[in-house]
Design a protein around this ligand. Structure first.
Ligand SMILES: *Cc1c(COP(=O)(O)O)cnc(C)c1O
Length: 417
């Protein structure tokens, strides 16, 4: 948005991304990312960065990680052909099925990977933040699996809104800490978890839930999820003998999208398209379309695009899907957008709901409301690009969304039948 690169700079930055030179040693994705934190947090982040460099290249660590992914998470997840949706859209449609992963979404890849890392680094306990509760549930499950005590920080407003997930976390052995400060939602939960980490940086491991925050998290979380895109790429080649023409994923913080996109960034003929929450409109506070509408600034330790007003105050956001309702976005997405490698569009609450209902009716799969935004973006693209091959990242299942869906009944359709 306000950062302008020459064509030569864009080409060089794309080469850097493809060659793995991004992020650099300071955690920079071009101008984005980095580490904007109080002095007190630096030693903890330094120690984590050292651990990341050591273990993410360690064959024993990777063997344990891949063993957990295979036997506990249920990887590789399926690649599913969707011929009925394809006929309706005039396209060939494929799904990468993260909804089939343990706990029902992609988040578990990152949770089990970082919990393993915590163990290697000698942490005595894990803390995590959660908004809607999905990352809290994944973290609680991963910590139970590895015998690590887990405390989940959650805004008091969210604790009330997401009671079933709070109960799930507790049954999985986690302590849920209701945060009463700030806006009492996800942002305050992250702030509180960071404060708690500072008070015991050696004994405590902070398990962050998306490709956001200070270095090394955007890199670390991307590496935990890149298995999605590596599998999908191989599965497409095996099933179709070709890569998709376009790949779609929903973008909140951006972790499922970067996991799917990253291994295909070098495949320049593959269009990569991220779909953000257009909410109820494009006015202030009505959406969460950070990449479409944001401007550069610092949020929670990272220089990235964010939704802010003219005075630099972070804006309120809205989306029908709690998992996309965040005013920032991972710095790697900001770079991929600015150099033109990934395009970002938005889908409204209504478009996501329509797409969710269509996927249920035609393919027998109930996607999460977050995921439904990717469907809506793909459907719109298919209208303008007939007969192409599409891959959609099916980030999670929608059973958790039944209370929201109950407010949008199918009466109209039933009446017509
Ligand atoms: C949390 C969540 C998202 C959004 O998070 P990202 O970091 O953007 O992937 C998307 N889909 C599902 C199913 C989720 O649970």
């Amino acid at each position: 948005m306000t950062i302008e690169f020459t064509e030569a700079e864009k080409a060089r930055l794309l080469e850097d991304v493809i060659a793995g030179r991004v992020p650099d040693e300071r955690g920079r994705f071009g101008p984005f990312g980095g580490r904007y934190v109080p002095e007190t947090l630096v030693p903890a982040l330094e120690r984590l960065t050292e651990g990341v460099h050591r273990y993410l290249k360690d064959p024993d660590f990777l063997a344990r990680f891949h063993h957990e992914l295979a036997t506990w998470v249920g990887r590789p997840t399926a690649l599913t052909h969707a011929p009925n949706l394809g006929r309706a859209w005039g396209a060939q449609v494929w799904f990468k099925r993260e909804d089939l992963a343990h706990t029902g979404a992609h988040k578990i890849n990152n949770a089990i990977g970082q919990a393993l890392l915590a163990k290697m680094l000698g942490a005595k306990r894990v803390i995590a933040e959660t908004g809607a509760g999905q990352h809290g549930v994944a973290s609680a499950a991963a910590c139970a699996r590895l015998g690590l005590p887990c405390t989940v920080y959650m805004g008091a407003v969210d604790v009330e809104r997401q009671a079933p997930n709070v109960d799930r976390m507790r049954r999985l052995g986690a302590t849920v800490h209701a945060v009463q400060s700030g806006d009492r939602t996800l942002r305050s939960a992250i702030d509180e978890a960071l404060r708690e980490w500072v008070s015991d940086p050696e004994g405590t491991y902070y398990l962050l839930g998306s490709v956001v925050g200070p270095h090394p998290y955007p890199y670390l979380v991307r590496e935990m999820h890149a298995v999605i895109g590596r599998e999908a790429r191989e599965q497409m080649l095996k099933a179709e003998g070709a890569l998709p023409d376009a790949v779609f994923a929903c973008v909140g913080g951006g972790s499922n999208a970067i996991g799917l996109f990253h291994p295909m960034v070098a495949d320049r003929d593959v269009q990569l398209i991220g779909v953000e929450a257009g909410g109820s409109g494009m006015g202030l506070g009505e959406h969460s379309a950070t990449l479409s509408r944001g401007r550069p600034g610092v949020l929670q330790g990272s220089y990235t695009l964010l939704l802010q007003d003219d005075d630099g105050q972070v804006q309120g956001t809205h989306s029908i899907s709690a998992g996309l309702d965040y005013p920032g976005v991972g710095p790697e997405h900001a770079l991929l957008q600015q150099i033109g490698r990934v395009r970002y569009v938005s889908a409204s609450d209504t478009e996501a709901l329509d797409a969710l209902n269509e996927c249920c009716a035609l393919e027998g799969i109930l996607p999460a409301l977050e995921t439904a935004h990717a469907f809506a973006g793909a459907r719109a693209w298919a209208r303008d690009n007939p007969g192409r091959r599409l891959l959609i990242g099916l980030s999670g299942r929608g059973d958790k969304d039944m209370p929201t869906l109950a407010k949008h009944p199918l009466e109209a359709r039933d009446a017509a039948a």
